[in-house]
Design a protein around this ligand. Structure first.
Ligand code: VG1
Ligand code: CO
Length: 543
């Protein structure tokens, strides 16, 4: 086996976004593309000599090929050990857990999350640090700088390694350890939750459906829900991972997981339903006849986490991304714990979790998690809900109603305008930014702007500052709109408009969500000239 140093020329645009580098699969498949990015990661972290890396992905098209490339390069760059999920599979939270449990120096996770997979769809790659979380901006910026000047990479002239047998083999001087992707993760879940209570819940006839959307959580959900917890076979739907996610869009929201939503909305639907995304870090929660918005889910979990053994001493604090509704802020206030507002993307929670300032965190984009790993965790959220349902012995709907009657209700919805012309989307955001200072006091579609600003985050742990993290418009009476451009899209620009309105606990708690937010949506359209600029009269997705 020969060590090769190959010369290469930099590719444009290898800039990690909200969650790593995401591009069309064919972009990643260009000769040297993965190699240039991976060598740039290695260079940015002062090499991988003698290091241990966790490597795995969500199983999408090109996952297996990219892993072989990464393994050859890790070995050629002097890594000591690579811990790889069997068949190249690891959910994002399971990878985070493995990095922590095995005290690895970092990990490479291959995923484009909720985006479709296939040769004409999306692919992604990101680097996680030793705490198990996505690399913070200081590192992703360094990676990007490296990609601009990369001139050579190291690899081996070997063939592919079989990844289907659990155990150790070697590749050059590096040990490759192939592990069961589920085992360590399942053990962690058992430490956090009252499995006996959940087992009793299922034994008592409680029904559930978990839609794995043909993505990575299938084996995890089958092992834990149907295996350990005794839910009947058939509880897990679409549980076999496939490279193109059954040609679907593995995004657990009411649009892409519509069959599941239809099922729980029907009269004889299950008591509880949930879904996860391509890489297993997102979750959607439903109860019979009701959809739980991710922001409400975070608030309910914060208010009830103490019912699970892993959190029975209470929570230290909560953090939410800026566009996430402020429902959890009210819970934090009632619990007298700290509440933090961070930019979009899980990498901003890492410092707060490491410092013990927060126990739970969440994002409106169906991401919830805790200090058990450093990624959001779809199945974890589902199991915490199950633990709460087992403890409180009431339906999801009643838990939500009770929550709103205690804290008031934050009506909330996100409107996405996808594949918008980039120039038009940037123009909209730039002009809005330029006019921000003049908005306060003006009225639009019956809403008066109380204040408007561009969000900058001052990390309270390491003092770093992140600018340009989205625009916040607060309206009189407690309404709010947030606008930002997606950092995970691969086609044109995706404009995200986040709408929120608070209704106190003695107010009307049963308005249809879009109706409740109609005026705020109209005000945003008027302020930004949305229809004229984007040519869209309605969003592509509303969550
Ligand atoms: C989106 C979500 C964000 C999430 C990110 C990664 O980013 O809005 O909340 O952290 O995806 O999630 P953006 O920049 O497109 O809005 V995942 O499940 O793709 O790892
Ligand atoms: Co994801």
């Amino acid at each position: 086996m020969t060590l090769l140093t190959k010369s290469c020329t930099p590719f444009d645009g290898q800039k990690p976004g909200t969650s790593g580098l995401r591009k069309k699969t064919r972009v990643f498949m260009q000769p040297d593309y993965v190699e240039c990015f991976v060598q740039s990661i290695f260079n940015a972290i002062d090499g991988v000599d003698d290091k241990t890396l966790v490597i795995g992905g969500d199983g999408r098209y090109f996952n297996a090929e990219a892993i072989q490339t990464i393994l050859r390069m890790a070995s050629a760059n002097g890594a000591m050990r690579a811990i790889v999920g069997q068949g190249g599979l690891l959910s994002t939270p399971a990878a985070s857990n493995l990095i922590r449990k095995r005290k690895a120096d970092g990990g490479l996770i291959l995923s484009a999350s909720h985006n479709p997979g296939g040769i004409d769809e999306d692919f992604g790659l990101k680097y996680n640090i030793a705490n198990g979380g996505p690399a913070p901006e200081a590192i992703t910026n360094r990676i990007f700088e490296e990609t601009k000047t990369i001139s050579e990479y190291k690899t081996l002239d070997t063939g592919d390694l079989a990844l289907d047998q659990i155990g150790e083999t070697s590749l050059g001087g590096m040990t490759v350890e192939i592990v069961d992707p589920v085992a360590e993760y399942a053990a962690l879940m058992e430490e956090l939750f009252d499995f006996d209570a959940i087992r009793a819940l299922f034994a008592g006839g409680f029904t559930m459906r978990f839609d794995a959307m043909h993505a990575v959580t299938g084996p995890y959900a089958k092992a834990i829900l149907e295996g350990t917890l005794g839910a009947p076979e058939g509880t897990v739907l679409n549980g076999v991972p496939s490279v193109d996610f059954g040609k679907g869009h593995p995004d657990p929201n009411p649009i892409w997981a519509k069959p599941l939503v239809d099922l729980v909305m029907s009269e004889d639907g299950p008591d509880f339903a949930a879904a996860s995304d391509g890489d297993g870090d997102r979750n959607m929660i439903l109860g019979q006849g009701i959809y739980v918005t991710p922001s409400d889910s975070l608030a309910v979990l914060a208010a009830n986490a103490h019912l699970a053994p892993g959190y029975d001493r209470g929570i230290a604090g909560v953090a939410r991304s800026m566009p996430t509704s402020r429902a959890c802020d009210r819970v934090a206030e009632a619990l007298a714990v700290e509440c933090f507002e961070t930019p979009t993307g899980w990498k901003f929670f890492g410092n707060l979790l490491d410092a013990g300032r927060v126990t739970l965190c969440g994002e409106e984009s169906a991401g919830t998690g805790s200090d058990h790993v450093r990624e959001k965790d779809g199945l974890w959220a589902v199991l915490l809900w199950l633990n709460i349902l087992a403890a409180r012995k009431m339906p999801v709907r009643n838990i939500l109603i009770d929550h709103w009657q205690t804290y008031g209700r934050n009506y909330y919805s996100r409107h996405d305008y996808e594949a918008v012309d980039s120039t038009a989307a940037n123009g909209l955001m730039n002009d809005l930014t330029a006019n921000l200072d003049s908005l306060a006091g003006q009225s639009f579609a019956s809403c008066t702007v109380a204040s408007a600003d561009e969000f900058s985050y001052h990390d309270p742990v390491d003092g770093s500052v992140s600018h340009n993290q989205g625009i916040r418009i607060d309206f009189e009476g407690g309404g709010r709109a947030v606008l930002r451009l997606s950092g995970t899209g691969t086609e044109g620009a995706t404009l995200r408009v986040y709408l929120e309105r608070y209704e106190p606990r003695d107010g009307d708690l049963a308005i249809e969500t879009q109706t409740a937010l109609k005026d705020i949506a109209a005000a945003v359209a008027e302020i930004t000239g949305l229809v004229e600029r984007t040519g869209r009269t309605a969003p592509d997705v509303m969550t």
